[in-house]
Write a protein that binds this ligand. Structure first.
Ligand code: ARG
Ligand code: MN
Ligand code: MN
Length: 300
């Protein structure tokens, strides 16, 4: 495992409607993240927060069915630049959101270095909408779609027009709220999805091991995109689009630990922590614990 970790705050909030996700990176820092990671013998550099534009509107553009397209694109261009820089310096990029649109920038920034990046998208949602299929116009529900080259060109062309991910390099895990248009795309492109029913049936260990085995021979690194709403809202109430029935803290923690042990993890983003919707700072604390788990913390 890479021992040098670079933290980037990516506080985009205008790709979804709830104020407060912009405070996510600092809420996670306030849990003592850096100390906790230093105790794992990791070297941590914290670059602070990228000054993304966050003055948006809640109006949907009737032509595109998107909200705040230009500003979300600008913010993601800034994120992509910074992620590219950090990743090329040889550090492990750890990007703290911010809403899940930030994965447009983070993955675009990794693309120069990782031409066959694998992604584990741990999320209640698939985030495979586009303006044509979105029920909300919220770009945070479109970021995985954008990364496979699907959706508005202003977003898919960030750092070059080529798709940043191959559909067969993606595993979605924990899904339990997938829109009809997303289901179609999953079928068409053959994207691997483990829903919460698969987790229930096989157990989290089998699911994670299957995911790793599925990816390991075709990718040159694995990026984890951890949406905290992937975890059951009993543990992560501070998030804008919670969905009942998710994997528990314990299951997720074990999954993160297995992912660490695969030795394939090369970067991660942790998104959708909204301290204004939280109970105390509970959700950020869970985020910190999951980060520690995928960076190698063990119980004994
Ligand atoms: N990253 C997220 N929390 N996404 C939620 C997306 C919800 C819904 N599928 C939408 O597209 O509007
Ligand atoms: Mn989600
Ligand atoms: Mn998401």
């Amino acid at each position: 495992m890479n021992k040098k970790i670079s933290i980037l705050g990516a506080p985009i909030t205008i790709a979804q409607p709830n104020g407060g996700v912009d405070l996510g990176p600092d809420a996670i820092r306030h849990t003592g993240l850096v100390k906790r990671l230093e105790s794992l013998n990791l070297t941590i550099r914290d670059y602070g927060n990228i000054p993304v534009p966050n003055n948006g509107t809640d109006k949907i553009n009737p032509e595109t069915n998107l909200k705040n397209l230009e500003k979300v694109a600008l913010g993601n261009e800034m994120i992509a630049e910074k992620v590219k820089e950090v990743s090329e310096s040889g550090d492990f990029p750890l990007i703290l959101g911010g809403d899940h649109s930030i994965a447009i920038g983070s993955i675009a920034g990794l693309h120069d270095q990782f031409k066959d990046l694998g992604v584990i998208w741990y999320d209640a949602h698939a985030d495979l909408n586009s303006g044509d299929t979105s029920p909300s116009g919220n770009i945070h529900g479109m970021s995985l779609g954008v990364n496979i080259g699907f959706g508005n060109e202003r977003l898919t062309s960030i750092r070059g027009k080529q798709p940043k991910l191959k559909p067969e390099n993606i595993v979605i895990m924990g899904a339990r709220s997938i829109d009809d248009g997303e289901k179609e795309l999953i079928g068409e492109r053959g994207i691997k999805v483990f829903t919460v029913h698969d987790i229930q049936q096989k157990g989290i260990e089998k699911v994670m091991v299957e995911a790793i085995n599925y990816l390991k021979d075709r990718v040159d690194g694995i990026h984890l995109s951890l949406d905290v709403d992937g975890i059951d809202p009993a543990h992560t109430p501070g998030t804008g689009t919670p969905v009942e029935g998710g994997p528990s803290y314990r299951e997720t923690h074990y999954a993160m630990s297995l992912l660490h042990d695969s030795n394939l993890l090369t970067s991660a983003d942790v998104v959708e922590v909204n301290p204004l919707l939280d109970e105390g700072n509970k959700t950020a604390e869970v985020a910190r614990d999951m980060i520690a788990a995928f960076l190698g913390e063990k119980y004994k």
